[in-house]
Design a protein around this ligand. Sequence first.
Ligand code: CIR
Length: 409
Amino acid sequence: MTDLIHVYSEIGKLKTVMLHRPGKELENLSPDILNRMLIDDIPYLKIAQKEHDYFAHTLEKQGVHVVYLEDLLAQSLTNKDVRTKFVDQLLEESNIKKEDPLHQLLMDYLMALPVNDMVKQIIAGIRKNEIQNITPSLADLAEDPDYPFYLDPMPNVYFTRDQQAAIANGMTINRMTFRARRRESLFMETILKHHPKFKDANIPVWRDRYTHGRLEGGDELVLNNHVLAIGISQKTSAAAITDLAHSLFGHSSYDIILAIKIPHNHAMMHLDTVFTMINYDQFTVHPFILDKAGKIDIYVLEQDDHGEVKITPENDLVKVLKKYLHVSEIDLIPTGNGDPIAAAREQWNDGSNTLAITPGEVVTYDRNYVSNDLLRKHGILVHKIHSSELSRGRGGSRCMSCPLVREDL
Ligand SMILES: NC(=O)NCCC[C@H](N)C(=O)O
């Protein structure tokens, strides 16, 4: 049987990818909650869906099999007991505890829906006015009665790169940094446990969503079949990287992690917002992450002879990449062609965030035309996708896609 999860590079021909088509969760955004929801503006749903369909279609035209997180989840929840446990956990994680009468009310409401609709509703959130609460509790009446939701929306689910990520034949099911995204990784955990195709496939979970430390897929770059690059970032902690090293080294083909420290801010929240691999020896890079001498803090984690993790500090990105990828040259292609304004503008709209679908062939946002022109000058084949609305969530083509299977190089 071919692996259901098989990702040994960033650039091997993409065979299967998991997306989420944005839904009503985007219409449950309002200015009051934007900041907490980690979204910078309210995308217009109709156009966001159109843009997302175009993205999916662009991938399909290149022979990629597109699957949807929401469909896989619904297929995992056909059994009523499994569904009950899932909803129960989801409500608990939404801070609606069993002792609260609301728990049963929402449970009844969700369980009465056809499973596909239930999944969509959970992602969209539940507004108070959608449910008849005939015996409101004191908390319902007195505590924040103007707050519109019983269940908060999950507007970031369309960034399927982050809640989980494939490495080799396994996955990390991620413990997300901010509360707004914590619940999202319950979906993939449920798929691996209960989906008819995945449940008996013995897919290794390199790190689960309950383990100490924070890890997000936007920081996980699979450089080749034994080297990873992982961002030490706003969203991924050094503790989680250390833990992942212990889990992978000796238990997989992976024996080297390049931990790259990037600025901790919203614009550059993950490593893939400032650095992505697009060919054997070519990378996009946001010039602002390098100092004047072109240096950046890198910690090389390797297994020593006693099975311990050895850490070597480095700071020369090109030198480190050459050494660990065994290539003689590295072509770092600067976002916005290095122009201070174009670089900042295009990086903000994910001009560094490229999805490679085969070596030297990428999918990018059309709005980042300076970066796209430069990619072409460097010999890269660029498939542009529309980006007026999708980009408002602060993620690009790599963030919006979770590769499940890539061909080996
Ligand atoms: N890998 C990525 O950079 N993903 C983009 C995530 C954007 C989302 N609004 C977030 O803040 O988590």
